[in-house]
Design a protein around this ligand. Sequence first.
Ligand code: GAP
Length: 543
Amino acid sequence: MPASSLETIVSLCKRRGFVFPSSSVYGGLGSTWDYGPLGVELKNNVKRAWWRSVVHERDDMEGLDAAILMNRLVWKYSGHEATFSDPMTDCRACKARPRADHVFVAQKGRDPKGLVEINAAIAAKELTCPKCGSKDLTEARPFNLMFKTSVGPVDTGDESGLVYLRPETAQGMFVNFGNVLDTMRRKLPFGIAQVGKAFRNEITPGNFTFRTREFEQMEIEYFVRPGEDEAAHEMWIAERKKWYLDLGMRAENLRVREQEKHELAHYAKRCVDLEYLFPMGWSELEGIANRTDFDLKAHSRSATNADAVGELHYFDQEQKKHYVPYVIEPSAGADRGTLAFLCDAYEDSLVKEPPAEDTAKLRDLVENFARSVGRREGMDVDVKQRLQAAAEAIAAGLPGTLPRLIGLMDDVEAGKIEIMKKVRGVGEKIAEEHTRTVMHLHPRLAPLTVAVFPLKRNEPRLVELARSIKRDLQRAGMRAVYDDTGAIGKLYRRQDEIGTPWCVTVDFQSLDDQTVTVRDRDTMQQERAPLAEIGPTLAARLR
Ligand code: GAP
């Protein structure tokens, strides 16, 4: 079963070096995260797999790495200066500033049809402040999401040096359309792909790395003849869905959702979202939009753009005419994708029953915890009900519910209840011995490909052979590590938890016949294999 709570993933990520809260030595900076040693490998693998699939394995794509800082005019003519905003309302009673569209959705159970409908609802006192319940809300106003900075050593205060941190990588590809077309002698259809940072001053970041203010995008701008755009759109929807599935994402957790007219960005004729069933519900993973000829036209010299130096169009040799191509844009988040792969790969299960007296002790503690939550004052009602219901269900189902207890022990809100310390004191030890946590990451995504262990760490011949196998695997291009810091069972469990697909153990037989044990993470099968075959076999499985 994939992770049932985001807390479980956050906790594992912190504990095992995938993702850390940013600037933690100074108390952190809300909703910003640093990728640790394993996280950076995982995210790099996600980006590499994407690049391989959309650039290297195709004949109609080129790559690009455009600058983050661009001429401010790019954002004027793209429409972002005027329209890239969220509607905010202020509560006159408690001074909270919630997103008006979120308030509308939460309280009316459907999306609003634009700012006008939101403001009509505010005026009619149909919406209330989510913090204090007051109906005294101001008219919703747009709040631009672009971060500003200035270039040059002096801030003149007149905005002459104003630049934005790009809120999408897409514009770098549009303004380079002519450069790529000319230098690579491309004919339509062809596309440009780019991976890079984007920045948005999100009003409500959250859900771990799902929505942050600094994130990475993996975007494609695919240029086609007008009239061929709809077929190209369908092609990319199918391609992009297949990419997630080929990398092991469960089909039942991935769906295609057509955006409704009022959801469409100002440039889009149609947009289809690929959504993933995250622990907090179905949410966007990637948007695949038909941006028509909006952007190339917007950046071309015309009656409405006197600043552009030329026209971004295409000469069609067959049709003997100039026109502005249409664009299909599959736009994915590298961080969101990484998070989805983590959630999807996560599994924990009970591997053996703990002694009855341990279970009884734990049950008592969890029941006490549930009662303590019930008595707690000042706790958000939703949180209270969620924790109480979870604890009661876990207590009733122990020891089978031990894996779910791990999620509860990781829950930040649960940690605020004093008795959780006692639950953890007993629960963590029992969970460690009786449950198994595995990340079933696709071998191409896993941070480590293979871990090599000597059966005994105080046996120099085993250590030497294990180290030399590890070096050979590294030379063959694999991310291989050596470990001898525990008993073999414990080492397997550690590697399972971080998703390492294979472990190789060197024992005394290895010294005689040059064979080793290869253990598969998913099946837990152990096979004896000749040393010489390990590298080629694992490399073939990675392809
Ligand atoms: N160029 C089109 C574009 O930027 P978008 O739907 O705003 O479209 C595309 O963003 C993808 O970028 C999203 O599907 C998501 O995966 C990722 N993304 C957008 N905002 C994000 C944020 N604040 N934090 C993390 N990822 C984000």
